[in-house]
Design a binder for this molecule. Sequence first.
Ligand code: URA
Length: 238
Amino acid sequence: MRLDKFFSNTATLSRSECAKACRAGLVSVDGTVIKDPSFQVDPEKNAIAYKGERINYKKYIYIMLNKPEGYVCSNDEPGGSIVFELIDQKLLKLGLFVCGRLDKDTTGLVIITNDGTSAHNALSPKRHVSKEYEFALADPISEADLDTLRGGATLADGTETLPCEIKMTGEKEGIIILHEGKYHQIKRMFASVGNKIVRLARTKFGGISLDPSLPQGKWRYLTEQEGTVFAENNKKTY
Ligand code: URA
């Protein structure tokens, strides 16, 4: 791989920035300053550094974002705010996908990656990747209604949902675990028993838990271990 491609793939430097950095003697490979941006490198074997700092090559990046209200999980929202505005803009050229969209007013865990297979698998209805949410309702809910939802609900348009787990933590608050991801699913499920979601936050997705120390609107890379769990989890078929 060319040196300038390595820097652009790791979102460190654009190709023209790499050419400038090489001319300025800021780039080294295995300790030797390289002035030619077309120099061939093997990211697995060579130690490549910019300004003396080793740049690690990762085939894929995985990001955990704590989504605040008011942001949409899509590539464009005319005149509105999108989740990609909340991450390092340099990463956008890596071709990122949001795994499992949240509604504009839903908060919490969003995984963003350039690993298209993992993103696709995370969303595939065949894989039943589980997602956990904390919710608050407008009104108290009966055990009978909870059991209806747990067993699989029929939504207003006739759509059937799969069985799910629901645990109430208060009169109007609880935790729900889904193994599928239909459009506005939780809101539509509770609407089907005459209730209303007034707050919804995703706390887990595909084996990854939202980092409690990550404030809303902030992001971080998944750790190596979390990245492996996420990729592996999404390969399974339940
Ligand atoms: N279900 C919903 O209704 N909304 C979400 O954002 C996620 C699940």
